[in-house]
Write a protein that binds this ligand. Structure first.
Ligand SMILES: *[C@@H]1O[C@H](CO)[C@@H](O)[C@H](O)[C@H]1NC(C)=O
Length: 165
């Protein structure tokens, strides 16, 4: 996908507003750089924020393409009434945008660290943490489409906010 069509996808996504990620960010334990733009662009980079992507490459599921271990590290959020110890609970959560966002919020807030070693914590660290996991988030990802999509998305969203939308 080229840059301009990507920006259009972002605009469509932003204006349809399936739900607001911002509600999920717990301000009491706010992590620097953990913003609605940040989680939106992690979603874009992961799957194009595709709610119907299902599971791919083994068992990475849902619009954030989260894995079972990530979900457990995020304290196993579940759909209302679901049981975290049930074998299907991970997939049911990961495939649900709201539950998956809860897992991502919890994971990032729990493990936020200076992944890129620039001595500050911001969204550039969170996007690495999401992709690489808490134990190896310093591995270089700058050349990967995941990371490049993230950068394009962040540029598009900050251009939007400068226009005052
Ligand atoms: C979302 O993913 C599904 C499954 O891979 C695919 O069939 C569909 O075309 C995708 N939707 C968009 C908007 O890319």
């Amino acid at each position: 996908m080229d840059r301009s069509s990507h920006a259009v996808v972002l605009l469509v996504f932003a204006s349809c507003g399936v739900f607001s990620y911002a509600q999920l960010i717990d301000s009491r334990q706010a992590v620097p750089g953990w913003t609605e733009n940040c989680i939106t662009c992690i979603c874009e980079a992961s799957s194009g924020c595709n709610e119907t992507i299902g599971c791919i490459d083994g068992n990475y599921c849902g619009m954030f393409l989260i894995g079972d271990e990530y979900w457990r590290d995020a304290e196993s959020p579940v759909l209302d009434g679901d049981d975290p110890s049930d074998p299907g609970a991970f997939q049911r959560c990961a495939l649900d945008p709201f539950c998956a966002s809860k897992a991502v919020n919890r994971y990032i807030q729990k493990f936020a660290q200076d992944c890129n070693r620039d001595r500050r914590i911001n969204c550039d660290d969170h996007v690495r943490l999401h992709y690489l996991g808490q134990t190896q988030c310093s591995i270089r990802i700058n050349h990967l489409p995941y990371y490049q999509t993230f950068r394009t998305c962040m540029r598009a969203l900050s251009a939007e906010s400068r226009k005052g939308n």
